[in-house]
Design a protein around this ligand. Sequence first.
Ligand code: G3P
Ligand code: CA
Length: 263
Amino acid sequence: EQTFAPVVPADEILNVPHRGASAYAPEHTIVSYELGQQMSGDYVEIDLQMTKDGELIAMHDDTLERTTGESGDVSAYTLAEIKQMDAGSWFNDTFPSLAQDYYEQLTIPTLEELFLHFGTGVRYYIEIKSPRENDGIEEKLLQMMDAHNISSKDVLIQSFSVRSLKNVQRLNEDISLVQLLRYDQKARMTKNELEAYKQYAIGIGANYEQLHEEYVHQVRQNGLELHAYTVNKKEDMHRLLDWGVTGIFTNYPDRLREVLEQR
Ligand code: G3P
Ligand code: CA
C-alpha cells in the first residue's frame, strides 16, 4: 500500500452550488442561485458568456439550444433578444417530477442583475467561458465588479484558459484565481506544471472522476486549493474529502451540507 505525507488541512471546505442548486431548478437562474444559498452554498457560481452587444450573462453553453430551445450562438444575439428567451421550460421537460409552472417565465440573468440581486452579502465564483471568442470579457467583468462595489476578496475567478486568468491578474492582482483542468485519464501533475500554476492561481479545479489521493496530497502540499467538480453522490463527496480536497462543486449543495455536518 502506498503511503503519502499527511494531508494539509483546509482553512475552509467550500460548498459550491454548481450553476446554483441546479439539480432542483433551472441552472443559472436567480431561482437556482437562491436555492444554492438556502442550501448553505458558499458561493454564487456563475458561468459567464458575452452577448453580441457585449453584455455579460450567466450561461454555461456557447449555444442557446439546450437551455432555451433557440438555435445559434449566444454571441449572435443581443441582450434584448436573449431576454425574450425562456430559460426554464427545458428543465420542466427534462425533469417532469421537479417541474414548476413559473420556471417557464424565468429569464437568463445578466451579471449586473446578479450583483444587484445578491449584492455584497455573498461570495461569487465566476467562470470565464470561451475567452477567445469573448474578447474583452475580463475587463468587462472587473468593471462590473467595480461598478457594484463587489470586493475582490469576495470573488474567485475560474477558467480553463491560462491566458484569461493571466489577463485578470494583469488587470487586478488582488483577485484569487482558480485554474480549471479536465483529466481524461488518471490525474497527474509535473513539478513544472505545479510551479507554473502557483505563479498566478490559488488553486486548481478538476473533474473528480480522475482524482486520487496522491494527486490531492501533491496539490495541497504545494499550497494550492483543490476544488473537485461536479460531485453529486455522497459517497464520492466523502472519499474526496477524506483525501483532502478543499472544495466541491455540486448540483446538490444540500447533500454536501449533510456530508459536511456528519464529519
Ligand atoms: O467550473 C467548474 C466546472 O463547472 C467546470 O465544468 O463545464 O460545468 O463549466 P463546466
Ligand atoms: Ca463552470
